[in-house]
Design a protein around this ligand. Structure first.
Ligand SMILES: Nc1nc(=O)c2c([nH]1)NC[C@@H]1CN(c3ccc(C(=O)N[C@@H](CCC(=O)O)C(=O)O)cc3)CN21
Ligand SMILES: CC(C)C(=O)C(=O)O
Ligand SMILES: [Mg+2]
Length: 265
């Protein structure tokens, strides 16, 4: 049986950390699953690390669906989460449902949608019709042109308060997971303390229910200077499998992320 959202909720209740990595193809899916990764994210980061663009914006639903099918064949057990790419969750709840359904048909068990409280009605529309949703808050790369770059979010009090109320509104709308990207650790801790659903951090806090990284980043294959939250696990090991096993061990032990991988206020 494939790991389900219920299994992830049980892990959270038991205090067992969820180890998630991005994954885009079948060979990596097999290695990651065998190394003990609980959940695989078919992320729109593939626009950068696989397709070579300088942002995730050009990625389409068909791209994510294709890579989800590839990953699903290589990893029969892992939980599969797929990104709703740019402009596929914004037009209307109905349109979003049609796009999300394409990812679910491709094998995803949950879709991830970037944005704050304004996405709550759309999330509720999907959830009440049987599509589980992960809400992605903090640094939302699809809004790069609005944010003025890939920058830590919530460093000022007003934005931090907005992110916190967004997290609560998104949980109320039915999101069953919240991903927190690139915010000060103290803000991530407050979010984790105030929501009941599993939280997944990247540049957030070791107190999140789980962690995620872009697989190419932790293997030292990132094309640009890696963000602070990246630990190049490959440099501490001799193979991809060992690097991923180390990542899983360190996440489960609460050792990753360390202070040096988190942002201060
Ligand atoms: N390979 C890859 N890994 C990622 O983690 C990733 C992507 N691609 N693409 C989309 C975004 C971009 N990411 C980033 C990039 C930089 C910071 C960061 O820490 N920025 C610094 C400097 C910003 C600046 O240039 O001024 C900051 O302090 O905000 C965070 C997340 C995360 N995401
Ligand atoms: C970095 C993670 C959170 C993501 O959304 C992606 O890989 O697209
Ligand atoms: Mg993404």
């Amino acid at each position: 049986m494939r790991t389900s959202i219920v299994d992830l909720q049980l892990m959270q209740e038991r205090g067992e950390k969820i180890a998630m990595l991005t994954c885009y193809d079948s060979s990596f899916a097999r290695v990651l699953e065998q190394a003990g990764v609980d959940a695989l994210l078919i992320g729109d980061s593939l626009g950068m690390v696989v397709q070579g663009h300088d942002s995730p914006l050009p990625v389409s639903i068909a791209d994510i669906a294709y890579h989800t099918r590839c990953v699903a064949r290589g990893a029969p057990k892992a939980f599969l989460l797929a990104d709703m790419p740019f402009a596929t969750a914004q037009i209307s709840p109905e349109d979003t449902f049609r796009n999300a359904a394409e990812l679910i048909r491709a094998g995803a068990q949950m879709v991830k949608i970037e944005g704050g409280s304004s996405m709550a009605p759309t999330i509720s529309f999907l959830v009440t019709r049987g599509i589980p949703v992960c809400a992605h808050i903090g640094l939302t790369p699809q809004s790069v042109h609005q944010l003025g770059g890939f920058k830590v979010q919530g460093r000022n009090v007003a934005v931090a308060q907005q992110i916190l109320t967004d997290a609560q509104a998104l949980e109320r709308s039915g999101a069953s997971m919240i991903l927190i990207e690139a915010v000060p650790r103290s803000l991530a801790d407050q979010i984790c303390a105030q929501v009941r659903v599993p939280t997944i951090g990247i540049g957030a806090s070791p107190h999140c229910s789980g962690q995620v990284l872009v697989i190419y980043d932790m293997l030292g294959l990132g094309a640009y200077i890696p963000p602070r939250f990246v630990r190049p696990f490959i440099q501490e090991t001799g193979s991809i499998a060992e690097a991923v096993e180390l990542y899983v061990r360190e996440v489960k032990a609460g050792q990753f992320p360390g202070e040096e991988h988190c942002y201060g206020v």
